[in-house]
Design a protein around this ligand. Structure first.
Ligand code: SAM
Length: 443
């Protein structure tokens, strides 16, 4: 979601004549789009901004800004805490960033020779804005870009007790369906083959704004409408919540061939006691039953998840219940997070905070289980032909190409320009657990 928001801000700046540079030392404007989900993410952005301050030496006109979730939750504290931050823009105001950058730039250039060191001028905008969900809708596409994210809603009303998102992103608000379809049509016309629909709880899309129709939730109606866009080849979404993941959505995986067989399905814990304390609204058994239903509807479906270890009060038995459920489901992969207390969230004040050492041990132990399954899932594909959408040069080795399988696994292979943006089969030769390696079957 942050990547998508950053793309919108880049596009706004580029359309006013600014140019993107991959090198911050060359830049006149450096904006950090921030995450607050865990303290580590906040500390990284603060550390990075601290380092960037050195670039200001001799260039007082340079602009530095924080955008996004941490900007939203900390506001002008970020200006006060640093000698060089000029701009702080929250999550409902991304569309104002280009105006603010222009404003700051013009003022700095005008006053270049007069600004005294102790004279600070800054802009902080963390207000809420009705309709802001409709403003994340334009894209800067690279040459032959085959995949794109499409933001379909903002905010979250779930109030999981560990999570800061409802306070940083505000209440759930959905975009209009026809606007989303128009955006996808525009992307496809520019060469995009695959879109991923984005929302905090994507399956709850439109529940306040639109009616159910033919027993179909607004989200499934949206999936159908996007699926019908001619020329679109692949459709994905992230992330859903087990609450509201009903049969209409399960069976969409059996009915809609462009809907790729992968669900990122946050579990958080396998202990009913902890799930209750997290305010998740489902039990371990209910979660497991949903994974079984998905597998019955689409046997090749890949399942990945998010898990938090060391939530307050998590005992050895609770952790073991999580481990057992992870083994029972057999995920294709998982993100494991050590619980991080977040400001103003109910869980941060709970008794029984788990020591860092115990979180570390559980994290390490669970990672070994997850990696064992990830490796086995990858190995099962060795010797098979897998359909891949080639996205471009591999990030780790630009001499090779990289794409994704229908189940969202990274596939690395050798090829040429002609492969980029195309869909074709790759014969899988080996797997590391994280990526698959192979040779394009049809050259
Ligand atoms: N919408 C998703 C859901 O169903 O909950 C969550 C998106 S959240 C940005 C990504 C993941 O971060 C969560 O699924 C959760 O595992 C993790 N997370 C959120 N708050 C956390 C916290 N306080 N400490 C550790 N991990 C956290």
């Amino acid at each position: 979601m942050n990547e998508r928001d950053s793309e919108q801000v880049s596009r706004d700046l580029v359309s006013r004549g600014y140019e993107m540079t991959p090198d911050e030392k060359e830049a006149d404007v450096v904006l950090l789009n921030t995450c607050s989900v865990r303290d580590l993410a906040e500390q990284k952005s603060l550390g990075k901004m601290g380092m960037l301050g050195r670039l200001r030496a001799g260039r007082p006109e340079m602009i530095f800004g924080f955008l996004g979730c941490m900007a939203q939750s900390r506001g002008d504290e970020l200006v006060r805490g640093s000698g060089h931050v000029d701009l702080v823009v929250g999550t409902q105001k991304f569309h104002r960033v280009a105006d603010y950058v222009d404003q700051l730039w013009q003022r700095k250039v005008r006053l270049r020779d007069q600004v005294m060191d102790d004279e600070r001028y800054s802009i902080v905008d963390v207000e809420e804005e009705a309709g802001s969900q409709e403003t994340i809708r334009e894209h800067v596409l690279a040459e032959r870009q085959a995949t794109a994210f499409v933001s379909i809603m903002q905010g979250c009303n779930m109030h999981c007790t560990f999570c800061i998102v409802p306070s940083t992103r505000g209440a759930e608000r959905s975009r209009r369906m026809e606007e989303i379809v128009r955006e996808v049509e525009g992307l496809v016309a520019r060469g995009v083959r695959e879109v991923t629909l984005l929302g905090q709880i994507v399956n709850l899309y439109g529940r306040h704004e639109f009616e159910k129709r033919d027993e179909m939730s607004p989200f499934v109606q949206l999936l159908e409408a996007v699926h019908a866009v001619p020329g679109l080849r692949r459709l994905r979404f992230t992330s859903p919540h087990p609450i509201g993941f009903r049969d209409d959505l399960v069976y969409a995986f059996a009915r809609l061939p462009k809907l790729m067989p992968h669900v990122h399905f946050p579990l958080q814990s396998g202990s009913d006691r902890i799930l209750k304390a997290m305010h998740r609204g489902y039990t371990a058994e209910k979660y497991f039953a949903l994974t079984e239903k998905l597998r019955a509807a689409r046997p090749d479906i890949a399942l990945t998840t998010d898990i938090i270890v060391g939530f307050p009060g998590e005992s050895d038995e609770d952790y073991t219940a999580t481990r057992t459920l992870v083994e029972r489901v057999g995920f294709d992969n998982a993100f494991i997070f050590k619980y991080s207390p977040r400001r103003d969230t109910p869980a941060s004040n709970l008794e029984g905070q788990v020591p860092e050492r115990v979180k570390e041990e559980r994290n390490h132990d669970l990672l070994a289980v997850v990696n064992r399954f990830a490796k086995a899932k990858g190995e099962a594909l060795v010797g098979q032909r897998v359909e891949v959408l080639c996205e471009g040069p591999s990030k780790t080795n630009p001499d090779r190409l990289s794409g994704r399988s229908p189940g969202n696994k990274i596939v690395i292979f050798e090829g040429g320009e002609r492969h980029i943006g195309e869909i074709f089969d790759v014969r899988i030769e080996r797997s590391t657990g994280f990526s698959l390696y192979g040779t394009p079957a049809v050259l």
